[in-house]
Design a protein around this ligand. Structure first.
Ligand code: 13P
Length: 312
């Protein structure tokens, strides 16, 4: 198709074409919680990064199309090695995840030879492959709590998630200086002002926010935990990327939901538009590959997390 033809297509036409391409290509589409609603509407499953990868492993489809960022598509590929995994955008990636290189983690490990490495699942495979165990935003506190107390712990890459897990376990963690600019921008003053404006709302924040912001929240939770909470509560402040607020507002127009800040928008998540995604699917333009050894080591680290979580 020529570019003028793509430009002329309306949202319903693009969504219809996505359904046709999905059937024609035997493809399963997954979208992250932060994607635009119009993109989520073409997906077979919407969830957080790890949920998407796990859900995709249940499908018989030959191809998986990931509407999200590269680090999450990599996790999908690692858990679906025999399938073709395609991305919705060429350069959508995570600024936090790439703030420090795999070589810097090697240096940190060399400096602390007895330490175990915990790596946040929302990070590049090259970091996860160097860790002994992964964690998610919902289980980071429990994973740190499950590690033997006499062993030093390196926790990468998000310093705010590390600070929260450290605070909740009263245990020091060695970490990088990386942070998610979307969550880190929120200050305690902003949160206190929101509290004054909405005294009857429950304040949910993502643990990638600063420690002082997390301490002020009623609940610190992952995107999936926020979705579950809103299903049964009406007055809620949504302290994470704006895509999640938009999704929830669309699902529950009658509820009194308040975004923590309209400025909490992830540029990389927003690189995927409905038009761009359907075009990328049509062209199968952006396949994802992960070297075998990186994939194997990452699976070991993920499996360790799964067994710790099962034993909790
Ligand atoms: P979760 O969907 O795992 O809560 O995390 C989203 C996020 O903020 C990625 O950096």
């Amino acid at each position: 198709m020529r570019s003028e033809q793509w430009q002329k297509m309306t949202v319903p036409q693009l969504q219809k074409l996505a359904q046709e391409l999905k059937a024609e290509k035997n493809c399963y589409i997954i979208a992250h919680n932060y994607q635009d609603v119009a993109v989520q509407q073409i997906a077979d499953f919407v969830g957080d990064g790890l949920q998407m990868a796990i859900k995709a492993a249940e499908t018989d489809a030959d191809k998986i199309f990931v509407c999200s960022i590269k680090i999450m598509a990599e996790t999908t590929k690692i858990l679906n090695q025999e399938k073709t995994v395609l991305m919705s955008h060429a350069t959508a990636d995570c600024r936090l995840a790439n703030m420090q290189s795999p070589a810097e983690l090697q240096k940190l490990k060399a400096k602390h030879p007895g330490a175990e490495v915990i790596c946040y699942v929302n990070s590049p495979a090259t970091l996860k492959a160097q860790s002994s165990i992964t964690c998610t935003s919902s289980n980071a506190v429990d994973i740190v709590g499950a590690m033997p107390r006499d062993i030093p712990l390196i926790f990468v890459p998000d310093r705010n998630l590390a600070a929260w897990a450290s605070y909740k376990n009263d245990r020091p963690l060695i970490t990088f200086d990386s942070f998610c600019y979307v969550h880190h921008q929120i200050t305690l003053e902003q949160v206190l002002a929101l509290r004054r404006m909405h005294p009857n709302h429950t304040l949910l924040v993502h643990p990638e926010c600063r420690l002082e912001v997390c301490k002020e929240a009623d609940m610190v939770c992952s995107t999936s935990q926020m979705i579950d909470f809103v299903a049964t509560h009406d007055n809620v402040i949504i302290g994470t990327e704006i895509g999640l607020y938009n999704q929830l507002k669309y699902r529950y127009p009658e509820k009194n939901l308040v975004p923590m800040s309209m400025a909490m928008s992830c540029e990389d998540m927003k690189k995927t538009t409905l038009r761009g995604a359907v075009k990328a699917l049509y062209e199968e333009a952006y396949p994802i590959t992960v070297p075998d050894d990186i994939g194997r080591k990452t699976i070991d680290s993920l499996n360790r997390m799964f067994s710790v979580v099962q034993a909790l």
